[in-house]
Design a protein around this ligand. Structure first.
Ligand code: ADP
Length: 257
């Protein structure tokens, strides 16, 4: 039986005043999917995420979230979001890892009920899920970019979302830690059955983790299983993106060796 659609976009178009950014996007994300959203800079990825998050309204087309029209959808906490700019706390920032994660609870249970007995338990469970429980009492600013990013994912998880949206989460993570970061995301998908949308440029590194790929450049050029994406020709991808996507990626890898 097909899994339930959590996000359904149909013929969604969007323009900022005069610039057409998205054109007739139809995209369905189902429960349990791990979708990599690929596209060059300026292709509309962040705009698409803002539409899913309800921060922007489509100029045309419809959005359904968990089967409900996006405009009347009440359960914002079901959609967890970690932005690209999250991991920017400097060493002086006065909050512990535990406090940062607990701040993710306020959306769900309200500022005045924060001392629920299971709050700390949920904070620790979220930290465990991202492999960061031993850092609970450390100052957030003392952690590396990758460790901070894991803490921000724990902050999103503590609100018990049903889907997690990550916008280029490996920006600021050291190259040698990227694979273990993706392995952690893979565990969340497999063991917590977390549905994921991941905006990334690391399609080769993330390849073993994801189930689906969507290629965006103003419109969705491809959306399907990862294996079908792998069998697309380079010429096809280059035609969509206007430059050699895989080749650039491989060249970068060669340089890093
Ligand atoms: P991506 O995330 O793929 O880099 P974006 O969704 O950020 O792409 O941007 C898509 C296009 O929309 C770009 O051409 C960008 O310049 C334009 N754009 C983004 N935000 C705004 C804005 N607030 N006002 C006008 N144009 C914008």
């Amino acid at each position: 039986m097909a899994q339930q659609p959590l996000i359904e976009l149909q013929d969604v178009s969007f323009q900022y005043e005069y610039t057409q950014v998205l054109n007739k996007i139809s995209l369905t994300v189902r429960e349990g999917d791990f979708l990599a959203l690929l596209g060059p800079n300026g292709s509309g990825k962040s705009t698409l995420l803002k539409i899913i998050l309800g921060l922007l309204k489509p100029t045309k087309g419809t959005v359904k979230l968990f089967g409900e029209p996006g405009s009347s959808f009440k359960h914002k906490e079901w959609i967890g979001y970690v932005s690209q700019k999250s991991n920017s706390f400097n060493s002086g920032f006065p909050a512990t890892v535990r406090e940062v994660v607990a701040s993710g609870l306020t959306k769900k249970i309200g500022l005045f009920k924060r001392n629920l007995p299971n709050q700390q338990k949920r904070v620790m469970e979220s930290l465990q899920a991202v492999g960061m429980e031993q850092f609970a009492n450390r100052n957030i600013g003392e952690l590396s970019g990758g460790q901070q990013q894991r803490v921000f994912i724990a902050r999103a998880l503590v609100a018990e979302p049903k889907i997690l949206i990550l916008d280029e989460p490996t920006v600021g993570i050291d190259h040698e830690n990227v694979q273990s970061f993706y392995d952690m995301l893979s565990d969340l998908n497999e063991h917590l059955h977390m549905t994921m949308i991941l905006v990334t440029h690391d399609v080769d590194t993330v390849s073993n983790t994801i189930s689906h790929v969507a290629c965006l450049n103003q419109t969705i050029h491809f959306h399907g299983y990862k294996d079908d994406y792998d069998s697309l020709s380079d010429d096809q991808l280059n035609a969509w993106y206007g430059h050699a996507v895989r080749k650039i990626h491989h060249d970068n890898k060669e340089k890093q060796k």
